[in-house]
Design a protein around this ligand. Sequence first.
Ligand code: ADP
Length: 545
Amino acid sequence: MSSGTGNPMASTMQPHQLAIADIFRHGKRVHAGSEVATFEGESTRRATFAEVGERVERLAGALSGLGIRPGDRVGTFSWNTQEHLEVYMAVPCMGAVLHTLNIRLFPEQLAYVVNHAADRVVIVDDSLVPLLARAKEELTTVEHFVVVGEGDASGLGDVLRYEGLLAGAEASPEWPSLDEAAAAAMCYTSGTTGHPKGVVYSHRSTYLHSLAACAASSIGLLETDRVLPVVPMFHAMAWGLPYAAWMTGCDFVMPGRFLQAEPLARLIADERPTIAGAVPTIWNDLLHHAEDHEVDLSSFRLVVCGGSAVPRSLMEAFEERHGVEIVQAWGMTETSPLGAIARPPKGVAPEEEMDWRARTGRVVAGVALRIVDDGGSELPWDGEAVGEIEVRGPWITGSYYGDDDSEKFHDGWLRTGDVGTVEPNGFVQITDRAKDVIKSGGEWISSVELENEIMAHDSVLEAAVIGAEDEKWGERPLACVVAKPGVEISAAQLRDHLDGRVAKWWIPERWAFVDQVPRTSVGKFDKKVLRARHEDGDLEIVVES
Ligand code: ADP
């Protein structure tokens, strides 16, 4: 018997280091004919993987010419486009570090993350120059702005143009050999409290995560797919889709800046993507757009949805009205992001499948997951015990970049800040984010479940539930509701609708009818802003009991 430490038996496998360059080479050669289509509103640009690959090699040459060396950070400030994909490939392959910047950050936050990461070059779409220019004076490390497109860039001073740079560049001859633990890319969380925090992905974590995304039991990409990443490439690496799709040879349908329901519907009808990924608010907008417009979603075989809880009513409506299957997934910037995906388990009757699909998801192979109580003790996977979810694994971050936030880690596990239950078969149900939970009379009310049930009402477009201070109960739910255009709905009607759907004592007395639920920088409902509005007395509240 071996003792574990002094095992004398060596593996015969080659000591190959996992690298994004392997993903790149494979896609470029094996899937040379696959295409990247970028939507420009009225027309679509196209390039094959072979063409994109050749431009990637020249981009790396150009960036070397600008002095970019292994380990240096190169930022992107971009929509989802062919050029953004080129940077996704070139920068890690040359050993430098891709830093995807969230275009919706406030100027101070943007300056903070660029300076904190010490980006030397930022590659920016011409349409976004004015946004970046607002932070320009505060940027202390950027030596060059490289502008994609020929639009006005005067707000950034002297700039280089992407196409000019490529035209004058020699292809980088060979990619350097890298340690698989080397940094490949980084992304900052949106920083709900304090400064945004940086997560740095390695070549190894990215490679393994890409394989996990390709597995048939998760997203299951195929060469025959056409992938539409609506999720921004600055939001948790577009959920890993760019590398996974390049590896598989899927065609890309890049939406550029056209993320509103109307152009998106046109793009879908014209380009016929088979798989897409986006947060629920986008799919909700598209669904409502389809109520009074001709929309053809028949090309989809699968729509991945996550980033916040996916309402069951949304999944049912997509299936019933458009024959489109939505698959819910869970993850975080810190988890690369794939952590769980809600494929129904075997042995489930067809009419029960939705009960499983409406849950948060089943933990994917490669990620270890547990729930713990307030004292940090592990709780059982019995579908009943509620605790904070902790995860660990090869694509889960073990720290934040240049930020000692030890509270977010627990004996080597990442504390997710999500609270929920786990079934014996590994199916997770998130009931809330720790900071969103509502405690009424000492008992928890799940804001996620209440929102789900309110949004199941035909007249409701959006709903977000926050905690409101209450003299008697400590806290009670306050439901902020957006009615569908032209529809009247009252608090009393909604209370009736909830009767029988949730425990009686969960039903909110306080209701606010608003024009829109505010969104975070990645398009999720922003309860922080709602809470602040409520504290400032800006919400008009109807009380009904
Ligand atoms: P942000 O903090 O800006 O929302 P992330 O995208 O990294 O940035 O957010 C991760 C969080 O999103 C998770 O911790 C969880 O609270 C939420 N989330 C993601 N997917 C789901 C899901 N399917 N159901 C419920 N919550 C989800």
